[in-house]
Ligand binder design. Structure first.
Ligand code: GLA
Length: 701
């Protein structure tokens, strides 16, 4: 019997059969019980005009040329030769939670090792290393990180697209006969092609994602027997990955998990590393961007910090505009010295003021960039990624520095380190505001793969030198959110669009892979700076409340009433954040008729946030049928708190008024069957409901 290896546990395992020659056959992905040894031992028959031998088509990291006719996940050549790759002689090395499979191709002179791991939450991962054992260069055209197996028949793919200001738009489509592919060539994770998707069909559902912030490829190929192979890996520019003799290629990591809960628990328990070993309660932030832009005035910033502290804000983040001569977005990136015009005594007076108020101080950097109008560019025009003879394309009037050059990374480290070492900084907003174009090094060869790794290395260095500092990953909003960057950061800025209506879809989409406590969500001014829409403070606050809450406006511009109202929401966040951010507590429901519902469930409290996006089509809202894992708690419950106290309803019945006032105790199981008959909200408004067990409460009281 050929050797079978299995990775994963519980209801989500992947089993592989190791062949004498060729790639491991994927026997299943899903419940372990699906593997019945005598059945998998039966060879499959190919049709009569197929191959004389049955070549398995559902294989890990398929290679072409030897009877597999699908999409090759590994491909390359040695100056045109060795275009056929076939590994043999598989060995298995086991360690805690991990299996390493290795094999060699003695003809093409390559060796391969594939590391399979099982992680917290039931997520499994695959990463691949390929080594050139020959004595000449090997041109690697493609080497995917891993492959997963999806069923035959009608399979639906849920993927995420978008643009600046409108990230994480959920798209669903049914797979056809051809290849489904997503390729990202932007040199950062991108706004439009997130390396994440879910597949669903034939009773099976799971998600996959690539932990990588550079170019990527996700390909779903149809096998000879109608099933699907999902390949995830890095996308190389032509000639980008040439392996010298003895050199190795290490892929990013591809992940698969059964559902959102598994991904969240992996992010919390396996991926992220927190200063001091554990996440602290997520502090309410004030981010200065929309309230000040480049107009930094010390007196006003200090007064804003004082006002922020009075509102209950716990972290003050100084955004773009504090360095060089940065009065707009056309200059100074690269000149990471404090602007003496705006800060004649340096940043210290502001930092001291902020920390003196008991708040943490955070600061914005965009390390990878340079404006042509800067001292840095004047001194080192060759530090930017360019290709000789080609026009230099600017985006937001900036260019990308070649971080693969040690002198460039050293320079950036010393500049960031100086600010961090000389001030009580506990947070960096690490931004990255352009796509990579003509990303060539001095030798004219593509540098995206190496650049992405160099950015990670710089982040790792900063973290090692300043282990108490948290980092936020921002890239024109949500352009760099993935499990590669999340292994070294602590928060993501999901979108530059702070409009609460837009945020409903953005946050719902991002939440499929990102737990709420690391998803930054800010209450900004009305009218909204990106869309011009006007929203009540309650709608803006409630849409942000369950995530990592921030405020992005000038608090000095608030009226006394607005300040009081904002205070209530900040207090509510602080009261509820342990529940919102508790492992396994949060949930999102599918929107129905423009009504979005999300929240968190604990033994003593259930919090529901109900938001109406567009106006309803139906004459009455459908009763809110709560999800099974919420109603499972059972028992009698009542609604204790409603925020705002007078929800923005179109119509409310006498019974609904009593329900919201807590006069009615109801059985939680009924809320999962009959549903909660909530009132009809006005479009672009929301309410928060806190449910508590009704001690001795009379059902239908
Ligand atoms: C990007 C970010 C914003 C802000 C600006 C500053 O657009 O996404 O949040 O930091 O840069 O220039």
């Amino acid at each position: 019997m050929s050797e079978i290896v299995t990775i994963g546990s519980g209801n989500f395992v992947m089993s592989l059969r190791l062949p004498d020659r060729g790639m491991p056959e994927i026997l299943n992905l899903g419940p372990a019980a699906a593997i019945a040894d005598p059945l998998v031992e039966v060879e499959r028959a190919s049709r009569i005009n197929g191959m004389d031998i049955a070549v398995p088509s559902a294989v890990l990291l398929s290679t072409g040329g030897m009877g597999f006719f699908g999409w090759p996940a590994i491909a390359g050549h040695r100056s045109g030769r060795d275009f056929v790759v076939q590994f043999a002689g598989w060995t298995v090395q086991r360690a805690a939670n991990q299996i390493m499979l290795s094999a060699t191709d003695t003809v093409a002179r390559l060796s391969l090792s594939v590391t399979l791991k099982e992680h917290a939450g039931g997520v499994i991962s695959i990463a691949t290393t390929l080594i050139n054992d020959g004595d000449s260069d090997y041109h690697l055209d493609r080497c995917m990180a891993g492959t997963f197996l999806a069923p035959a028949g009608a399979v639906e793919v849920m993927s995420f697209t978008g643009m600046w200001g409108r990230e994480f738009q959920t798209r669903r489509e049914v797979l056809g006969n051809g290849i489904w592919a997503q390729e990202n060539r932007r040199g950062r994770t991108s706004h439009d092609r997130f390396p994440m998707l879910f597949v669903e069909g034939a009773g099976q559902r799971f998600g996959v994602t690539l932990g990588f912030s550079g170019n990527h490829q996700m390909v779903i190929d149809r096998t000879d027997d109608g099933r699907r192979l999902l390949h995830l890996g890095e996308l190389f520019e032509p000639g980008e990955m040439i392996l010298a003799p003895g050199a190795r290629y290490e892929s990013p990591t591809a992940y698969a998990g059964p559902d959102t809960a598994a991904f969240h628990s992996f992010v919390r328990g396996g991926l992220m590393t927190w200063p001091h070993g554990a996440m602290s309660p997520r502090p309410v932030m004030l981010n200065t961007w929309e309230g000040n832009y480049f107009d930094h005035r010390m007196d006003s910033l200090k007064a804003q910090a004082t006002a922020a502290a009075e509102l209950g804000i716990e972290r003050f983040v100084l955004d773009d505009g504090w360095f060089g001569r940065r009065d707009d977005d056309t200059t100074s990136l690269g000149d990471w010295d404090i602007d003496p015009r705006k800060y004649p005594d340096g940043l210290k007076p502001l930092v001291d003021h902020v920390t003196g108020l008991g708040m943490q101080f955070g600061i914005w950097f965009e390390p990878e960039m340079v404006n042509p109008v800067s001292d840095l560019y004047k001194a080192h025009p060759d530090w930017a990624l360019t290709i000789e003879g080609r026009p230099v394309l600017q985006s937001r009037t900036q260019l990308v520095l070649d971080l693969t050059r040690p002198e460039v990374s050293d320079y950036l480290f010393s500049k960031i380190d100086a600010v961090l070492s000389n001030h009580a900084v506990s947070y960096i907003k690490w931004d990255m505001n352009r796509d990579l174009t003509h990303a060539g090094g001095g030798d004219g060869r593509a540098r995206i793969a190496a650049q992405t790794r160099a950015v990670y290395a710089l982040m790792d260095l900063i973290r090692a030198a300043h282990p108490g500092v948290e980092i936020e990953s921002c890239a024109s909003g949500g352009g760099r959110i993935d499990y590669g960057v999340l292994a070294r950061t602590h928060r993501v800025w999901a979108s530059d669009c702070t409009d609460a209506l837009e945020r409903l879809e953005i946050q719902r989409g991002a939440s499929r892979f990102v737990p709420p406590e690391i998803l930054g969500s800010h209450i900004s001014a009305s009218p909204n700076h990106q869309t011009g829409r006007r929203h009540t403070l309650s709608f803006r606050a409630l849409v942000a409340l369950a995530y990592h809450l921030g405020v992005e406006l000038n608090p000095l511009e608030l009226s006394a009433d607005e300040r009081d109202e904002l205070k209530v929401y900040i207090e509510t966040y602080k009261r509820l954040r342990d529940l919102f951010h508790a492992p396994g507590a949060n949930f999102h429901m599918e929107p129905v008729d423009g009504r979005y519902v999300w929240g968190a469930v604990g033994a003593e409290k259930i919090v529901l946030i109900v938001a109406q996006g567009p106006q309803m089509v139906n004459e009455q809202p459908a009763p809110l049928v709560l999800p099974e894992h919420v109603t499972r708690l059972g028992g009698a419950w009542t609604i204790r708190t409603v925020l705002p106290a007078q929800p923005n309803v179109i119509r409310i019945s006498e019974g609904q008024t009593r329900l919201l006032s807590g006069a009615i105790a109801f059985n939680l199981e009924s809320a999962g069957m009959v549903g909660l008959p909530l009132p009809m909200l006005r479009p672009e408004s929301a309410m928060l409901l806190e449910l508590i067990p009704s001690k001795g409460g009379k059902i239908h009281g």
